[in-house]
Each structure stands twice: as C-alpha cells, then as structure tokens.
Ligand binder design. Structure first.
Ligand code: GLP
Length: 242
C-alpha cells in the first residue's frame, strides 16, 4: 500500500518525516534504519537532532545503513556521503559508531565490499525503515535508469543528469565522481517499510512516474509500486503533477 502525505512546505515535510523515524525508534529501540543523503533529508536530520537534544530521542541501540557513496571519495572528503552523514546527523546524536554503516568509496575488491555490505544488512536482521530521496530522473539510491534493475549492492556509472544535479555540492561539475557504490533495488525493496521524501517542482515529474501503473527500470522509483508498505512525504510542489 502506498500512503501519500502532501505537506504545505519543506519544513512540514521534514517534521513529518522525522516523526515517522522517531515513531519507528520508539516502537523498537534497536531498529535498523536506512539513511539517505542529498539535500532533501537535511531538514529531517535537523529535526531528529532537535528531538534527540530536547526530547531525549534515543539512538543508542539503533543500527544504520546508508544507501550509497561516491566511488573514489575517502571518508574525510567533504563531499563524501560518509562525511555528510557525520556532519548532518551522526556527530550530534548518540548512535554508536560501530552501528553505523556507509558503503566505502575506496576499496580494492569491489565485489567483496558489495557482498560484505549485503551480508552486514542481513546480519543486522534487515532494514526496518528505509529513507529515500528521488532523483529528477527517478533514481533511488544511485540506481540509475537502465534496461534492467540490479538487485544487490553494486558499483554503478552515474547518469549525466545526476552528475549535473549533484554538481551544486562540488566546486565544479568535473569534480563530481563518475561512479558510485549503491544498494540495489532488491536491497531497498527488502526493507520492511519505506519512506520516500520529495520536495520542489524539479521532482514533480519523477514523483508522477511512481504512479504510472507500470514497473519500468528506466524509472527506478516505479518499482516502489510493488512494495507493501511505502509512505511518500511530499511538499505541494513535488505533488503538483499527481
Ligand atoms: C542523490 C542521492 C540520492 C538522492 C538524490 C536526490 O544523487 N544518491 O539518494 O535521493 O540524489 O538528491 P536531492 O535530495 O539532493 O535532490
């Protein structure tokens, strides 16, 4: 079932999303949460930090898995997703470092690190709640539009549109890595529940495609139509075409 919440603006969207995460953690203190990067969840992370500091929301038993990372960026690179997560969330809550998982951007054996990431998710008991953003081209994690879905964690070539969209975080487009390591469509679909956030007019077309009634690997987010428990939290602009 797909539940849709249209919020009046980004702040409301962020609050609603943080509430969903908080509810999950209150229901089960040792929840496994899948976190996402990008601009969209930043407000939700700020709200989670506030809930931790002011309301005692407790992350001590939480385990986290991030969706993806740029290949070639080290953990201390300012644009790495590892660095982003520490800045925006992990350093300001009481999650234990040993319970945090972000796919590595630097490695020798790609196949081994991808296999290991899947095994770690499995050992943790699977993901209870997966947070997702959405690319303008309908990508989730870094699962780009392709002729087929890739099931498990893998290395992928970034679409030009994605590199352009993400160039705003780098000093130039040339600096945006060409490859990423990402959970696969199967890794995402195995999560027990999914929360997809989208904000702004630039996401409206991609959001509309989620409801196409067809599952199409050229619009990766369309696969969410097959998931039994998805919640979309949108602002009015992102929801404007549905
Ligand atoms: C990035 C991330 C995705 C994210 C998407 C949207 O490339 N890999 O996980 O959902 O693009 O990003 P933003 O929220 O900044 O629009």
């Amino acid at each position: 079932m797909m539940q849709i919440n249209v919020m009046k603006d980004y702040q409301d969207l962020s609050r609603k999303a943080a509430d969903c995460v908080a509810q999950q953690i209150k229901r089960r203190a040792n929840s496994v949460i899948g976190f996402a990067t990008g601009g969209t969840p930043v407000g939700m992370y700020a709200e989670l930090i506030r809930m931790h500091q002011q309301e005692g929301l407790d992350f001590q038993q939480v385990t986290s898995f991030n969706l993806d990372e740029y290949v070639g960026l080290s953990t201390d690179h300012p644009q790495s997703y590892y660095h982003f997560m520490w800045e925006r969330l992990f350093s300001q809550i009481n999650i234990l470092p040993e319970n945090i998982h972000v796919p590595p951007g630097i490695f020798d054996d790609a196949e081994a690190v991808c296999r290991q990431y899947e095994a770690q998710i499995e050992q943790a008991g699977g993901i209870d709640l997966q947070i997702l953003g959405i690319g303008q081209n309908g990508h989730i994690g870094f699962n780009e539009p392709r002729d087929t879905f890739t099931v498990s964690t893998h290395i992928t070539e970034l679409a030009e549109k994605t590199r352009k969209a993400n160039a705003r975080f780098f000093s130039s487009e040339a600096e945006v890595p060409h490859r990423a390591i990402t959970m696969g469509i199967g890794s995402i679909m195995k999560a027990r529940s999914i929360l997809l956030l989208a904000s702004g007019r630039s996401k409206a077309e991609a959001v509309k495609q989620i409801f196409s009634g067809r599952v199409d690997p050229h619009i990766p987010a369309s696969v969410l139509q097959l998931h039994p428990h998805v919640m979309l939290i949108l602002d009015e602009e992102a929801a404007s075409l549905i």
